[in-house]
Design a protein around this ligand. Sequence first.
Ligand code: FMN
Length: 264
Amino acid sequence: MSGAEQREGEVPVQTEAPDGQCPSCGTPLGQDLSGLRRRYGTRRLDESDLAPTWVEQFATWFADAAAPGSGVVEPNAMVFATADAGGRPSARTVLLKGYGPEGFLLFTNYASRKGREVAENPYGSLVFPWYSLERQVVVCGSVERVSPQRSAAYFRSRPRGSQLGAWASHQSTVLSSRAELERRDAELARRWPPGTDIPVPPFWGGLLVVPETVEFWQGRPDRLHDRLRYHRISDHSPPGADAAADDVAADDVATGWVIERLSP
Ligand SMILES: Cc1cc2nc3c(=O)[nH]c(=O)nc-3n(C[C@H](O)[C@H](O)[C@H](O)COP(=O)(O)O)c2cc1C
């Protein structure tokens, strides 16, 4: 079955390999998913389609993802990957709360795993997985905390329950039970009854992912996908250190970014 030809738009659902082994490598498998794939091909992405800046290009694609009928359930959900000081990675979904030339903004608990990791290794990556549009956007860059004022402004805009939840959750730590979390939440609700201001937790706030690269990926037939990447020209790269920087046009110097096509 894994060798069966797949027709356009068809998604074969594979169950178990007949002999319980991976057809290609022979590894024992409970579930063989080797035939589960989609054929992409409704859209393309050419250099001539790209906006002059990644911000404008992201705005166009974000609007497509957020449009009714796009099939994207939470267009601002993104996977945020970080790594500890030893380079060991971790990833999770978070919500994008804003973006602009300065970067991509999210809010979290600074004492969480991701928060601790960016404190020791201030780099991260984001993936927007807009599968129904056969698109993804991949961002790599440095990560910095936003000002306490900016965090406070967003915290105050959140529903009261979420504000209490931010206090109640010692994010990423092990709980003895669900009851422990609910008990803590109820205690905090008594401490700050309706009508009182809930302060911003000192361990909570915004993180800005400041991009060095922003890649726009469009699925195409036969795995010949389009990948176009905005790459920030580093002031500090030695000549030749960056293939893109060798061939920088005057326009690119003006914007501070080059556009590269990547092999799919
Ligand atoms: C759709 C979705 C949106 C989420 N948004 C956030 C968010 O904006 N901030 C956040 O801290 N966690 C968010 N979470 C929870 C995280 O995925 C994660 O469980 C949590 O931040 C702890 O991650 P960590 O232990 O790796 O630091 C979201 C989860 C999902 C599924």
